[in-house]
Design a protein around this ligand. Structure first.
Ligand code: 1HN
Length: 354
């Protein structure tokens, strides 16, 4: 832009600058000065590759546990902020993530909001979440959703801290300026359905007769780890190992096969022992959380070594490969569900799987 300007007659430059000044006074600006920044030939994510070590984050959470109650905090969460997006409460440009802890006897009071939330349980027994009138107890590795505008509260009937990863689409909701939120009248919502009700109705390969699917999220809100892991193990034994992903499954709405929620996709994947994946990239920035095992991922130029509980980020269109020695299990989530609905999603697989 500058080099082009220097060859222009000085009076043209002066007249242009005068035009820009007057445009500024009417809250307008010339496209030709910003077009290359607005419309990039490839994704230019603001998020950077990064990792949060569980051991360190757990220590900080326990320290927070001594300084503030779940009730005072409403939710006792340490937000995982991407280094490229500090101060934004974002782990990627479209998603929020945090580590939440609830201590024995505590209650995180019931509320609802436009944002959809997902949880992946990392530690502790006896924690529960109530969603839409049903309470379920959470076990380590379970995947739980609280769809948009459903009342939800958490508690801990156990003897130890319960810790999980939260993922929310808050930045998407705020991009559209569509945020609403409400407290429930009372700490805990009324329980109207027995534990397992949603699974019995919708999540065991059967449905209530002549059921007509409605709503944009899965009516099943609890996806137990033992069920998911048994499927991964069976597929590994059957030799169904993808060269880019290992054995990878997505959490779905059993009514229509779509993702469990309209904005966020979530996955569980098993990387076999001595596995080295082929290079992969997609337009959805991915948040990974290590369920078990250890390994190394190369994200763009950066090597990220990981172990149980760690969270790491692969930004949009960054090439990623995973390497393991022993078997590992990774949970992950992204905004792929939203990108696909908007017709924006792309992926690229390098090499061949033969
Ligand atoms: C929320 O409602 C929870 O219910 C966790 O556990 C994290 C972050 C932002 C907004 C709402 C929860 C949240 C949140």
């Amino acid at each position: 832009m500058l080099s082009a300007q220097t060859s222009l007659p000085p009076e043209t430059i002066a007249k242009r600058n005068e035009l820009y000044r007057r445009l500024d006074t009417v809250a307008a600006t010339p496209l030709w000065n910003v077009m290359a920044r607005l419309v990039t030939p490839q994704p230019q994510p603001l998020s950077a590759p990064g990792k949060w070590e569980y051991d360190r984050m757990r220590e900080l959470l326990l320290e927070a546990g001594e300084l503030i109650t779940a009730k005072e905090a409403e939710r006792r969460v340490l937000i995982l902020e991407n280094t490229g997006l500090r101060g934004m409460s974002q782990i990627t440009q479209s998603l929020y993530a945090g580590l939440q802890m609830i201590l024995p006897g505590e209650i995180a009071p019931s509320h609802r909001h436009a944002a959809s939330a997902l949880r992946f349980v990392l530690e502790g027994e006896g924690g529960y979440t109530a969603v839409d009138g049903e309470r379920i107890f959470m076990e380590v590795g379970d995947f739980i959703i609280t769809p948009s505008w459903t009342f939800h509260d958490h508690g801990n009937h156990g003897k130890e801290p319960v810790i999980w990863l939260d993922g929310l689409d808050v930045p998407i909701v705020n991009l559209f300026a569509t945020s609403f939120a409400q407290s429930y009248p009372g700490e805990q919502q009324a329980i109207s359905r027995p534990e397992g009700d949603a699974r019995a109705r919708y999540g065991s390969g059967l449905l209530p007769i002549e059921h007509v699917a409605g709503g944009s999220s899965s009516p099943v809100f609890h996806y137990p780890y033992k069920v998911a892991k048994a499927s991964l193990d069976a597929l590994l034994r059957a030799g169904t190992v993808d060269a880019w992903h290992g054995v990878k499954l997505q959490y779905v709405n059993p009514l229509n096969g779509d993702y469990a929620m309209p904005t966020m996709a979530a996955y569980l994947q098993l990387l076999p022992r001595d596995f080295a994946s082929l290079p992969y990239r997609s337009t959805d920035s991915m948040v990974f959380c290590v369920k078990d095992g250890q390994g190394e991922s190369i994200v763009g130029e950066q090597v990220i070594s990981w172990k149980r509980g760690d969270v790491f980020v692969v930004p949009s269109w960054s090439t990623v490969t995973h390497r393991t020695e022993g078997e590992a299990v990774l949970f992950s989530f992204s905004d792929r569900a939203a990108q696909k609905k908007l017709g924006l999603w792309r992926e690229e697989k390098e090499g061949t799987s033969s």
